[in-house]
Design a binder for this molecule. Structure first.
Ligand code: FES
Ligand code: FE2
Length: 369
């Protein structure tokens, strides 16, 4: 999919941009490729990000690495090869590559007569960072040519020494854009997430929320969350302090939420990662010091994610026939900002000019949910 094309002042239509050469992916950002716990010993693990097949591993020193899962000699996936704790040996002709740099270390077929500079050959490789239990991979558009200073990979924000945390993931049969606008959609709550413990459809009411521009994204300004949600009411009772929530969306794919009340806090980091054109993955990471057992939280969070996932599976059924779509004001305004941010970022990369922000300043949106 889908850049919004103005139809009239109130509605936008979505047309198909998944067909574009870049498939609507944003390169030169960090994406979570795998859980840290999946990469252990001398095991090689595969992952796909932005349609790039990757092989991940960990050196004997403990450093995680990510290479393109294709040998630069004849293209066989390097993940079929052997890993000795430092070098990956291709299963076809035994070329050896340093896992962390991708540099070729050895070509067994060469003789003393050969003049080939082995050290000038590189397998594709990508920068890796590891924290919050994820292997983050920087999907560089320039291959081995990396920008000089890369910002650090995202991190969960925490507000005390000790806290609990947990992670959940689920796949969506959707283009990244649908995954993301589903993530920021304020109007589906009463219909998709009806649960006795959260809220019912009848609790729908009018809301006014202030949003402000932030670099590469927008923020729902700190506010007191819905009075109709039981968990928030409980939190307020426990601390006696007001509850405030701040929700940010930042390109390429990240939603963060912070709920704070006195000394108690809850924080989450959710990313939607493009795997293939019609497949993305939600990774949800949460940390908190509110008295809430991990197992209980996971039951609720899993229910939420499953409700979203089932909805997206059904949506994909409809999207297969390429229907005309709409973005309406104000409930879909965050989705419009997302598309505009993305377009402006690509434009600024193309022209070398500063990225324009689609918002002039703070704005209040109104919707019922
Ligand atoms: S294909 Fe990998 S060494 Fe030849
Ligand atoms: Fe949802």
């Amino acid at each position: 999919m889908s850049e919004p094309v103005p139809v009239d002042t109130k509605e936008n239509s979505l047309s198909d941009s998944a067909q574009m050469p870049e498939r609507g992916f944003l390169w030169d950002f960090w994406y979570p490729a795998a859980r840290s716990s999946a990469i252990h010993g001398r095991k090689l693990v595969t992952a796909v990000l932005l349609e790039v097949p990757l092989v991940l591993g960990r050196t004997d020193e403990g450093k995680a690495f990510a290479m393109r899962d294709a040998c630069p000699h004849r293209g066989i996936p390097l993940s079929y090869g052997r890993f000795d704790g430092k070098n990956v040996e291709c299963s076809y002709h035994g070329w050896k590559f340093d896992g962390c740099s991708g540099q070729c270390m050895e070509i067994p077929s060469l003789t003393s007569q050969d003049r080939l500079r082995v050290d000038r050959i590189f397998a594709g490789h990508f920068p890796c960072q590891e924290h919050d239990g994820y292997i983050w991979v920087y999907m560089s558009s320039g291959g081995a040519r990396l920008p000089e200073a890369i910002a650090a990979a995202p991190r969960l924000r925490t507000f005390s020494e000790r806290y609990k945390s947990t992670h959940l993931a689920c796949e969506l049969p959707s283009h990244i854009d649908h995954g993301i606008i589903g993530l920021m959609d304020p109007a589906h709550g009463p219909f998709v997430h009806q649960s006795w413990f959260w809220r019912s459809q009848t609790s729908i009411h009018e809301k006014a929320k202030q949003f402000e521009p932030i670099p590469y994204g927008f923020r729902m300004s700190p506010h007191s969350p819905s009075s109709n949600s039981a968990p928030y009411q409980l939190l307020k009772k426990m601390t006696g302090a007001p509850v405030t929530t701040t929700i940010d969306f930042v390109l390429p794919n990240m939603r963060t939420e912070e709920i704070r009340s006195g000394k108690l806090w809850f924080s989450s980091l959710t990313t939607v990662t493009p795997v293939q054109c019609d497949l993305c993955r939600i990774d949800f990471l949460a940390g908190w010091n509110v008295p809430l057992p991990i197992a209980v939280f996971r039951i609720f969070a899993r229910t939420f994610l499953r409700q979203d996932q089932e909805t997206m599976i059904r949506q994909a059924e409809g999207l297969e026939h390429n229907p005309r779509l709409m973005l309406i004001d104000d409930a879909d305004r965050p989705a419009k900002w997302y598309f505009a941010l993305k377009a402006n970022l690509l434009e600024s990369r193309r022209t070398g000019r500063t990225m324009a922000h689609p918002m002039d300043g703070p704005v209040t949106l109104h919707w019922r949910s």
